[in-house]
Design a binder for this molecule. Structure first.
Ligand SMILES: [Zn+2]
Length: 94
């Protein structure tokens, strides 16, 4: 888990930008937490200048994780994923 000051960003470095495939990292502004593309913020090779509200995306991920367990079947020998990857739509903020 990566932290910036007191803020916690559990998804930092996990998500990748769909445009440049660099990871999203933590970003704080006006005491609010965001994620943004490091291809844009550090490498300057991406146009994804929008930021993602950290609370929003983390809530979505929590729901997805919990819902995802409903698609697992556990047997005595293995855990089987019955469903392929899902896509998630989130509103972007400037
Ligand atoms: Zn990017």
């Amino acid at each position: 888990m990566i932290t910036t000051g007191k803020d916690v960003f559990p998804l930092s470095g996990i998500f990748k930008c769909s445009l440049c495939e660099y990871a999203f990292s933590s970003y704080s502004r006006n005491k609010k937490r965001y994620y943004r593309c490091t291809g844009y913020s550090k490498k300057k090779i991406c146009n994804a200048s929008s930021v993602i509200d950290a609370d929003k995306i983390e809530d979505i991920i929590k729901e997805e994780v919990i819902a995802g367990f409903k698609h697992y079947a556990i047997s005595y020998n293995s855990i089987i994923n019955k469903e392929k990857f899902k896509s998630i739509n989130v509103d972007l903020e400037k």
